[in-house]
Ligand binder design. Structure first.
Ligand SMILES: *Cc1c(COP(=O)(O)O)cnc(C)c1O
Length: 474
């Protein structure tokens, strides 16, 4: 499988090169040149445990890694997840890392049983193991530079801590990540981990990372690598649970199609679902659920992708106004794989902060994608109601998706799968505000972090300052 750039300026590269390159060298995003059609394999795949399913999917895209090595990487990555008992009444009888639990009108796909209690562990454990393998093969070193709105940073740090040949520099917007997220990052004291507390927003942090990667001499001199959701390996790892969740729901409900509701920030997670649908998974609807930072929701209503100001919300990992993975969808769908069109749009976006796209003949922008939004009030009401009605505590990101599922449910007979992207224990303040009970969001893994020594480096929101910090340590 060869990988190409959405902007057309990179000669096709292998999977390994795509993973190490991160952002394409022409400023675009890397994509496989095609998506394998797996419809003939769905029946066999539906019986596989998740780590075997993950391997079957990964081998289609990572075909330059020997199968034994890839199998070991995938197995090790899923071993970082705690097996939990499946949903009562579910057919799966073994404990499993990604249970699907019915909850009132929806099903919750619990993706947060990894080391940092959020779904990003799925991708970052895989990426950490992959980096270690690829660097061990060549003896190279890699300096990972990443922006985080909270969960990426902690998942990246836990995926990369102590790994040989890798340093990790994580930029978080100071004071704009939850205290638990901050502790999960700053209590990791391994020599190869640098937490940068940036005086700015997540978009500032992401902009700085993009600037460093766009400076090719700097990128090459300092061997920069990416772990943000622009890295294709992350998308690939996440494709797995769309198949897995759909198989469980179809089996339990005798359904032939499913709908996913995806709490969205950078469009990485929902893009993995889009890839699953391109491969032939019967996905009727893939619903982009945003908080008040609703650039994507406005896009799907109007066709205009227009940057707005970032508003802090109760779901900080989705406080994003520039969804970097959106370019992959723009390339595949409205630009019909024409990189010249993508280049023109992205230049226009950089200049004017807006892109206009025409809808298709059916009046939509994509037959699969829809969008909805839930502000903080709706988020709190959803958390309160699910606790009162079903005894279930939702984290605020998950609640955004659930709220959108309640206001725009799928057609009858199509199960609504809501991605449960984080444990409520990461966001105790929101749970307390919604339910009046702060004790509902406790997790021993989180309690153990309080009082531990921490380390972070405050820096201004300035690419030069960050470049100097990185250069001094590599
Ligand atoms: C990162 C994150 C999201 C958003 O995922 P994207 O891939 O950026 O769209 C949603 N929920 C949680 C808990 C997250 O950490």
């Amino acid at each position: 499988m060869q990988y190409i750039s959405t902007r057309g300026g990179v000669a096709p590269v292998t999977f390994s090169d795509a993973v190490l390159m991160g952002l394409a060298r022409d400023g675009g995003l890397l994509l496989p040149e095609s998506f394998p059609d797996v419809r003939a394999r769905l029946a066999a795949w539906s019986r596989l445990p998740i780590e075997q399913l993950a391997f079957e999917i990964a081998r289609l895209y990572a075909d330059d890694i020997p199968e034994d090595a890839l199998r070991a990487i995938v197995r090790k990555s899923w071993a970082a997840f705690s097996p939990v008992p499946p949903a009562p009444g579910g057919k799966w009888t073994e404990p499993e890392p990604v249970p699907l639990r019915p909850c009132g009108p929806v099903r919750l796909l619990e993706l947060y049983h990894g080391p940092t209690l959020a779904f990003k562990d799925v991708a970052l454990q895989f990426l950490g193991n992959l980096f270690e393998y690829l660097l061990g093969r060549t003896g190279d070193c890699l300096n990972v530079v990443a922006a985080t709105s909270g969960d990426t940073g902690s998942a990246a740090i836990h995926g990369l801590r102590g790994r040989k040949g890798v340093r990790v520099f994580v930029l978080h917007p100071a004071g704009r990540v939850s205290p638990v997220q901050e502790l999960q990052m700053t209590t990791v004291l391994d020599d190869n981990v640098f937490n940068i507390a940036l005086d700015g927003t997540f978009d500032d942090a992401q902009g700085i990372v993009k600037t460093l990667f766009a400076d090719l001499p700097f990128k090459d001199a300092h061997h920069l690598g990416a772990v943000n959701s622009i890295n294709w390996a992350r998308i690939l790892a996440q494709v797995t649970y769309y198949f897995y969740g759909a198989f469980r729901a179809m089996e339990e409900e005798g359904a032939r199609e499913v709908a996913f509701y995806v709490p969205t920030g950078n469009f990485g997670d929902v893009f993995a679902g889009y890839v699953a649908a391109q491969m032939g998974l019967p996905v009727r609807r893939l619903v982009v659920a945003t908080n008040a930072n609703d650039i994507l929701c406005r896009f799907f209503a109007t066709g205009e992708y227009r940057r707005g100001a970032v508003v802090p919300s109760l779901s900080p990992s989705m406080d994003i106004q520039i969804a970097s993975n959106f370019e992959r969808w723009l390339y595949l769908k409205p630009a019909a794989r024409d990189p010249a069109v993508v280049r023109r749009w992205m230049e226009g976006f950089a200049r004017d902060g807006a892109i206009r796209v025409a809808s298709g003949p059916d009046g939509t922008f994509d037959p699969v994608l829809r969008a909805g939004r839930a502000d903080d009030a709706a988020t709190l009401e959803t958390i309160r109601r699910f606790h009162a009605d079903f005894g279930r505590v939702l984290d605020p990101h998950t609640a955004v998706g659930v709220s959108v599922a309640l206001s725009s449910p799928p057609d009858p007979g199509v199960p609504a799968i809501c991605l449960a992207t984080a444990s409520p224990a990461k966001f105790p303040d929101a749970i307390a505000r919604a339910t009046g009970d702060s004790s509902l969001a406790r997790d021993p893994a989180v309690e153990a972090l309080r009082g531990l020594p921490t380390r972070k480096h405050p820096l201004p929101a300035d690419a030069k300052a960050v470049a100097a910090f990185v250069a001094a340590r590599t």
